[in-house]
Write a protein that binds this ligand. Structure first.
Ligand code: SF4
Length: 301
């Protein structure tokens, strides 16, 4: 398992003055900063819009169906029931964002796309029997302020609590499982949630579980205190690095193979582009992560 690399500290500066502090860090945005500080800036500070794709929208759709599935009594949580939820959930997404229909050229394309979502649900049923699961929470907002003011925040897909009181954090991914090289990055998100839940409740979640519907893989990990303390150190270091970047207005690009999925190549100096002028004023609320339902790393390989 590889360590997650933090950006190197920027040049030393005097205490940040008028720049507002970030109010909260989410695993997705933390991942953005670790991947590419400029990508973090584009998403958090500039708040540049990113076009939806059929893959990210399918991720949102399948997550919605899996959340709704547990509204039904256990004996009704069948593949047929899940498949029946696809169209209403799609309609629900369209009601909120009618422009999503523009992702498709024709009705036929929507039909094929819904069929691909159904295949992901079929895979889900090979990984888990939802009639034997009784979630304690779904789409749970978790949030905590650490003792030095670092605020952490995120949404957990599902929390299961066993009769013994042991807690399991579950996250669905509609993409494929990462290679061993990137498992650490994938688990960072769940360790982040585990850290928040530990700091809120005083109990370390017994199990972290990632269900990859793209290739029918399950990644499980039992965290211990040392893991979560290491995650906490990493998050504090990341927070400090973001504060330095804010104080210096310095968010350098860091090209990698993930640039292939970046919506902002045209504005990126690494691709000959010019970023927009740095905002003169940043509202503190701007630095609270958007609650976007599906991070891109949910669906990219
Ligand atoms: S194209 Fe690559 S280097 Fe540029 S902002 Fe996007 S992720 Fe960063």
């Amino acid at each position: 398992m590889t360590a997650i690399e933090l950006p190197m500290p920027g040049p030393e500066v005097a205490e940040p003055s008028l720049e507002p502090r970030p109010w909260a860090l989410s695993p997705s945005r933390a991942g953005d900063f670790m991947t590419c500080p400029l990508l973090y800036r584009f998403r958090v500070i500039d708040r540049l819009p990113e076009p939806a794709s059929s893959a990210t929208t399918r991720g949102t759709l399948v997550h919605g169906v899996l959340e709704r599935l547990f509204d039904s009594p256990a004996y009704e949580r069948t593949l047929d029931r899940a498949a029946q939820l696809l169209e209403p959930e799609w309609q629900h997404l369209l009601d909120e964002r009618p422009e999503l229909l523009e992702l498709f050229d024709a009705d036929e394309a929507v039909t094929d796309w819904l069929a691909s979502a159904r295949r992901l649900l079929e895979t889900y049923f090979t990984l888990e029997d939802p009639t034997r699961v009784e979630p304690a929470e779904r789409e749970l907002l978790v949030e905590v302020a650490l003792d030095d003011g670092v605020r952490l925040r995120g949404f957990v897909d599902r929390v299961d609590v066993a009769p013994t009181g042991q807690t399991r954090i579950v996250d669905y991914k509609t993409g494929s499982s990462p290679s061993e090289l990137f498992e650490g990055k994938a688990l960072f998100q769940l360790k982040f949630y585990a850290l928040v839940m530990w700091r809120v409740s005083g109990t370390i979640p017994a199990m972290l579980q990632l269900l990859y519907l793209g290739d029918a893989q399950v990644l499980r990990y039992a965290p211990d205190e040392a893991d979560l303390l290491a995650t906490e150190r990493k998050v504090r270091a990341l927070w400090a690095a973001i504060e330095r970047a804010l104080a210096n207005r310095d968010f350098p690009p860091r090209p990698s193979r993930l640039c292939d999925w970046c919506a902002h190549q045209a504005l990126c100096p690494a691709f000959g582009g010019t970023p927009p002028a740095y905002p003169e004023a940043i509202a503190p609320a701007q630095l609270v992560p958007l609650d976007e339902p599906r991070p891109a790393d949910d669906v990219t390989p």
